[in-house]
Design a protein around this ligand. Sequence first.
Ligand SMILES: CC(C)(COP(=O)(O)OP(=O)(O)OC[C@H]1O[C@@H](n2cnc3c(N)ncnc32)[C@H](O)[C@@H]1OP(=O)(O)O)[C@@H](O)C(=O)NCCC(=O)NCCS
Length: 135
Amino acid sequence: MQLDPESNRVAVTIPRSADSFDALWENALRDERVTARVILRDGVIVGNISCFQFNGLDSVGYWIDRNSWGRGIASRALELLLCEVTRRPLHAQVATSNAASLRILQKCGFEIVRIQISPATDRYLACEEALLILR
Ligand SMILES: CC(C)(COP(=O)(O)OP(=O)(O)OC[C@H]1O[C@@H](n2cnc3c(N)ncnc32)[C@H](O)[C@@H]1OP(=O)(O)O)[C@@H](O)C(=O)NCCC(=O)NCCS
């Protein structure tokens, strides 16, 4: 899923190498501060959602298989994650071009606190991004 070009275009991300992907998830799944969940639809894996530390802030992120977009899956997954992870505030960073992700976060009560231009990194292309908070 993380290699899909259209998903990366939407998320404004650069796919990770297999080694870096494996290392990231190995560390995440060992980290007690991370809540990571696989998303199942009719018993089939269609994505993942997690709460993790990013720049020292509790942040949420999710990724859905392109074949399952537009069915309310990310919205429902975020609702469920927010019931399980009750600490606040939570944060999210989203490219402003990613309208679906902005909508999902705002439906769950996240508010935009800043819009900024984020520089290119080895993981993200330079883009305008929104910083959101759920208080
Ligand atoms: C963004 C992403 C998670 C959306 O997942 P999804 O399961 O299709 O999302 P949902 O169906 O739950 O909800 C999408 C919402 O955005 C809306 N939406 C979709 N495209 C939109 C657009 N271009 N403009 C405005 N709203 C849009 C939908 O109508 C829906 O809102 P609604 O419930 O009010 O109708 C999915 O496209 C994805 O995994 N992208 C790649 C990874 C990514 O972008 N992750 C997030 C990084 S911040």
